[in-house]
Each structure stands twice: as C-alpha cells, then as structure tokens.
Design a protein around this ligand. Structure first.
Ligand code: GDP
Length: 294
C-alpha cells in the first residue's frame, strides 16, 4: 500500500522542527513529499507540479504555530487546495426542459451504458419521468444491455434495433418522450476503444442535432493519466457540461478527478462505484481530496 500523505510528511517535517517560519529552503522536502503523494494518487505530473508550486507559495512566510503541528497545517493547506481546485461544492446536472435531454459520451468500456441506467434510476427515485434512448448503433449488445437495465429499474428504453442512424433514433426518442409525458431523455451513445476521427465527428454531429440540456463525459478512473487526454479530446469536440468518473470502487486513488478538473476545467458531477444500479453518487470535492491524500 502507498504511504499516505500524513506519513510522508512526518519524515519531511522533521527538518522543519525548531524553525520559526517556513522558508524556500526548509520547505523543499515537504513540498517534494506532497508532490510524491499526488503522483502516487495518479495525478498528472504537470498538474501535480502546478499545485505544489501554489502550495509552496502559500506556505512560505507563514508562521509555524507552536500549538498546531506543522504536519496538520500542511495537510490542511493541501486538503483545502485540492477541494477548491475540484470545485469546492457538488454540482448538479441541468434537467430543465420539456423534455430535458442528457447525452452520455465516452470511450467504449468507460461505463456509459451502466451509468445511463444508474442515472435513470437515480432520477426516477426522485420521482421524475425518465426515458432511456439506446443510440449505440454499433453495438447491438449495448442496446440489449440497456434494455435489460431498464427492465431491472423499471424505466422504459427507446430502441430502434434495425436503425444505424443515431441522430434519428435520438430525435425519435425525444418525440416519443413528448408524446408519453417523459420529462428527461437519457441518450446513451456509441464509443470506440480509442479516440478516432470518425467517432469524434459522429458524437459532435449528435450533440449539434440534439442540443442537449446536459452533456456528460464518462471516463474510467482506473485509466489514470490517459483519462486527461481523453477528457481533453472529447471536450474539444463536444464541449461537455460535466464529467462522470467511473470504477471508483477499484483501487484508483482518484487523481484523475483533479487532473481533469485542472486541465479541462469542467466540473465532475457524478461518480460511479460499482456495477449495481445503486452505485452512483454526486461528486463531492472534499471527499475526493481525502481519497487522493490517503
Ligand atoms: P460502455 O462501453 O461505456 O457503455 O461501458 P459499460 O457500461 O458497458 O461498462 C463496461 C464494463 O464496466 C461493464 O462490465 C460494467 O459492468 C463495468 N462497470 C461500469 N461502471 C462500473 C463501476 O463503477 N465499477 C465497476 N467495478 N465496474 C463498472
């Protein structure tokens, strides 16, 4: 297991003992340990450097209070910084509209279809009328998977199994929702194993045609550093509103959350923590800061 930040700092802070204030020289080892803790948590190298530079600036010159241990002081500075950088507060999705359209995008295997089901279940439990639209036209298995999930949670799934036109299916689903008093349409889209031009063009065209109320980019937290590149590429093409971080039930430390937020500057709105339909939660920056620091 990784040493957590607190353990790492214990070593580094020995050097600070007996010093009256934090200076460039005596803080270097501490900053190094903070950076190492961030890297261990899979925070992107460049992002970790930027953050530790900011922390250093903030810490230099501050008095080490005799009553408060310097370790606690540093941990608080780092924790507050990470929480702030990840947006401070939880952020909701926009589901105003008649119907509201929530588009779900991301690479294959990121957890889009599973998350679509979870979000439908989550909104249904708040008493909302939801329709799922199966628009992954390349994987009939994904459409079937969505149907099965819809059956489990008692949410209707709009499909056109013979059609290969995602835009048309989604538009028909929206018409169907209007005619059947559904207030939110969740559109599950196709992915690819890697970013490619065809996928990007298609997803951009779908977004343009649907003009969704909310577009969510789904990314697997276990993909660590790659998550940032994928997040950037999708943002360039579809300018999404929020990020969903999946598979946080695994041992990913969650550094991807910080890297994506700092690099793409889009809020993370939901996390997914398992395969069950209930394994969904809002993204709370303070909890993620805690997880990153260990
Ligand atoms: P899609 O290709 O993006 O639609 O991905 P899927 O929704 O089909 O998910 C891919 C695999 O990851 C499936 O086996 C899911 O059960 C699994 N999965 C999705 N979300 C999570 C999660 O939060 N935790 C875990 N452990 N598995 C997940």
């Amino acid at each position: 297991m990784f040493e957590n930040l607190s353990q790492k700092l214990d070593k580094a802070l020995k050097m600070l003992k007996g010093q009256g204030s934090i200076t460039e020289i005596n803080v270097a080892a501490t900053i190094k340990e903070i950076r190492r803790a961030l890297l261990d948590a899979d925070v992107n190298f460049k992002v970790a450097k930027e953050i530790t530079d900011e922390i250093k600036e903030q810490a230099i010159g501050s008095k080490i209070l005799i009553a408060v241990s310097p370790r606690e002081m540093f941990i608080k500075i780092v924790y507050d910084k990470l929480t702030e950088l990840m947006g401070g507060q939880k952020q909701d999705i926009n589901i105003k509209g008649d119907p509201a359209v929530v588009m779900i995008a991301g690479l294959n295997g990121a957890g889009k279809t599973t998350f679509s089901g979870k979000l439908a279940n989550f909104l249904k439990s708040q008493g909302r009328q939801v329709l799922l639209a199966a628009c992954d036209v390349y994987r009939p298995a994904a459409m079937e998977q969505l149907k099965v999930l819809g059956g489990q949670i008692g949410v209707e799934v709009y499909t056109e199994m013979e059609s290969k036109d995602a835009v048309q299916i989604a538009q028909n689903a929206i018409q169907y929702a209007k005619a059947n008093n559904k207030k939110i349409v969740i559109v599950d889209t196709a992915g690819r194993l890697a970013i490619d031009e065809v996928l990007m063009k298609e997803i951009a065209a779908l977004k343009k045609a649907l003009n969704p109320t909310e577009t969510l980019f789904v990314v697997d937290a276990m993909t660590g550093q790659d998550a940032v590149n994928t997040a950037l590429a999708f943002n360039e093409r579809i300018d999404y509103d929020g990020v969903v971080l999946t598979k946080l039930d695994g041992d990913a430390r969650g550094g991807a959350a910080l890297s994506i937020r700092k690099t793409v500057n889009k809020p993370i709105k939901f996390i997914s923590t398992g395969e069950k339909m209930e394994a969904i939660d809002h993204f709370y920056p303070d909890r993620m800061a805690q997880r990153i620091l260990g």
